[in-house]
Structures are given as structure tokens and as C-alpha cells.
Design a binder for this molecule. Structure first.
Ligand code: GLU
Ligand code: ZN
Length: 326
């Protein structure tokens, strides 16, 4: 059927699932199932040096233990390089993407935002450019635009600085208010395909039309929507949920000793996720097994009821959330 809801969970297998990643898995699953949709799974192992062998299997086991069964086959980004490269080659041939040799230092000197100076280098110069040592950028002639987040409501574009394929909101007041989309990096100087390219190509490839993910990615969303437009695809609907943090601005992660999800207590874990997201939900004792919890959660799911704060600090010294420093 056309227009069926297709959602997904797209973890990076750089560490075991922790409470924060379980929140994203559960929320994306519930939103999909509440709307009668499919829920796909994609391993975002594009940044291979950061990925740990075997963690993908560990993630699958954790999802299974929580009754979060995915539809269709799992996609691994590390196995999609040919498809990504074909898109890049076509964009370069059509003059829609180009090589850029600017270093981080040079971009810093431009005020932190790449100014497009490599766009119009003549083809002779282009040929001379050392392929090994250049990034590939997409020409973006659009403005960043506000969008309607299905959970958070209207989101205004923030100046987002995309560097080396990673992403973070800029705090530099000098460029605050600049809404012109920066020519986004599609392939990094070190040869890695950028997150912003592959997340979009894969969502298109998998026919994903709903993306429910953490608020840490809300600021990069207007840029991703601009990329969809430039590539001629329809952007999905986006809904962003609160991120679990250990302190303001510090999301729960492997780096700050996030505890791996305990597969022996799936019912308690899902109840905790529902409470975190702002639902009044029965206690774990009310459920016999994980499937009955999920059935209840699917029927209670309501985007309007999800807490509208970008981050929530989880209690300290609780082993469910993170391990105390040694
Ligand atoms: N792989 C990304 C992450 O784990 C998620 C990308 C996305 O949902 O767009 O942060
Ligand atoms: Zn350049």
C-alpha cells in the first residue's frame, strides 16, 4: 500500500544500548505501531573506527528481550558504500556537488561557517585537486526553514554548523540569525561518508516516512530537510523526544559511563521509559510479560503527552542509568 507509515530505529553500534537509546527505540517503535506502521532497524556503522565488533548483535538481543521486533531485514551502513558512492558520482557529474580542500583551520578563519569558496573552481583546478585530500560538498542554495515537529511543534532553524559530518549547534553570536544553508559535507576529507548523507540516503532507500529520534538531532533537522529538497526527495515527518542526560548538556553516553540496559528486567525498563516520556503508566507489577506492557504502551501512546523538554536529567547514582565512576 502506498503511504503506509514506515519508521525506524538507527543506532550506532559504538556501544551497548543504554537507557537513553532504549528511550529512542521504544518511542520510535510505539509511534510506528500506534499508527499501524512498520518499524525498521538500521545499524549506523558508517564511522567504522568507532564501532565495536559484536555490539550490533548485542543490540539485537536487547531489542528482542524487550519485545521490540523489527520488520524486514536489518540494514548495515558499512555494506552500502557502493550505493552511496554512485549517488556522489552522479552529483559530481551533474555539477551539484564539488570537491573542497578547505581545512578546519581555514573554515575557522571564515568565522566558523564555510563560505562556499570552492564551489566555482574551474574544472582545470578541480582536476588538479588531490582527491585523497578533499571533502565533497553539496551545493545548497536554499534557506534553512522552520518545520512542524510532530512532537515538539514548530521548530525554528538554529544556526547549525556541520563539521566533518558530525553536528552541533553553534553558539557563536556573530553568525546567529544566519539562515542560509551551508554547503553540507557529503564525504569527509578522511574518506568517510558523512552522517548527513547516509542517514538521508538510507531513509529514502528504506522508504522511511517518519523519524522519531532524540532532541540532540533537532537542530540539524532543517539542514537535513534542505538536503532532501536539493536531492529531490520528500522529507519524512520528524518527531523529537527528550534526551536522557547526566547533567545539563551532557547526554547519557558510553563516555559518561552509561549502564548497559539490563535484559533481565525488560518490563521495569519499559515502564521507566514511559514515565520518563511523561506518561502515567501502570507499575511493572501490573504486567505478566513484556508483550502486555508493549500492548498497553502502544494503546496509550500519544504524541501530545510526550514531555516537551529537550533533555531530562536522570537520577544520579542509579545503576539503571549510569555507573558511578570508579
Ligand atoms: N545513528 C544516529 C545516532 O545514534 C541516529 C541518526 C538518526 O536518527 O537520524 O545518534
Ligand atoms: Zn573549500
Amino acid at each position: 500500500m502506498h503511504n503506509t507509515y514506515v519508521g525506524r530505529f538507527a543506532p550506532s553500534p559504538s556501544g551497548q544500548l543504554h537507557f537513553g537509546s532504549l528511550v529512542t527505540a521504544v518511542a520510535s517503535y510505539l509511534d510506528a505501531k500506534h499508527h499501524g506502521g512498520k518499524w525498521l532497524l538500521r545499524m549506523e556503522d558508517i564511522d567504522e573506527p568507532r564501532c565495536i565488533a559484536g555490539i550490533d548483535k548485542d543490540i539485537l538481543v536487547t531489542l528482542e528481550a524487550h519485545g521490540l521486533h523489527w520488520d524486514d531485514a536489518v540494514i548495515y551502513q558499512s555494506q552500502q558504500h557502493t550505493r552511496y558512492q554512485a549517488v556522489l558520482d552522479a552529483l559530481i557529474n551533474e555539477g551539484r556537488a564539488y570537491r573542497c580542500t578547505c581545512t578546519r583551520k581555514q573554515i575557522k578563519a571564515m568565522g566558523g561557517v564555510y563560505d562556499g569558496r570552492c564551489r566555482d573552481k574551474s574544472s582545470a583546478t578541480l582536476l588538479a585537486i588531490d582527491e585523497e585530500n578533499s571533502a565533497i560538498r553539496l551545493k545548497l542554495d536554499t534557506q534553512l526553514e522552520a518545520f512542524n515537529d510532530v512532537i515538539m511543534g514548530v521548530v525554528e532553524p538554529q544556526p547549525v554548523h556541520v563539521q566533518n559530518g558530525s553536528h552541533h549547534a553553534l553558539t557563536n553570536p556573530a553568525i546567529y540569525g544566519s539562515q542560509q544553508a551551508e554547503d553540507v559535507v557529503l564525504k569527509r576529507r578522511d574518506g568517510l561518508f558523512s552522517y548527513n548523507l547516509v542517514v538521508i540516503l538510507d531513509d529514502v532507500f528504506q522508504h522511511v516516512n517518519h523519524v522519531i529520534r532524540g532532541c540532540d538531532l533537532i537542530d540539524v533537522t532543517p539542514l537535513q530537510r534542505a538536503v532532501y529538497q536539493a536531492l529531490g526527495y520528500d522529507a519524512p515527518e520528524y518527531g523529537h523526544i527528550p534526551v536522557a542526560a547526566v547533567a545539563p548538556g551532557r547526554k547519557l553516553s558510553k563516555q559518561n559511563r552509561a549502564a548497559p540496559v539490563d535484559n533481565k528486567t525488560p518490563i521495569e525498563n519499559i515502564v521507566r521509559v514511559m514515565n520518563f516520556l511523561g506518561f502515567s503508566f501502570p507499575n511493572a507489577a501490573a504486567f505478566d510479560d513484556v508483550n502486555t506492557v508493549l500492548t498497553e504502551a502502544i494503546s496509550l501512546w500519544n504524541r501530545k503527552k510526550v514531555v516537551k523538554t529537550p533533555e531530562i536529567i536522570v537520577p544520579q547514582h542509579e545503576s539503571t542509568y549510569y555507573n558511578e565512576p570508579l
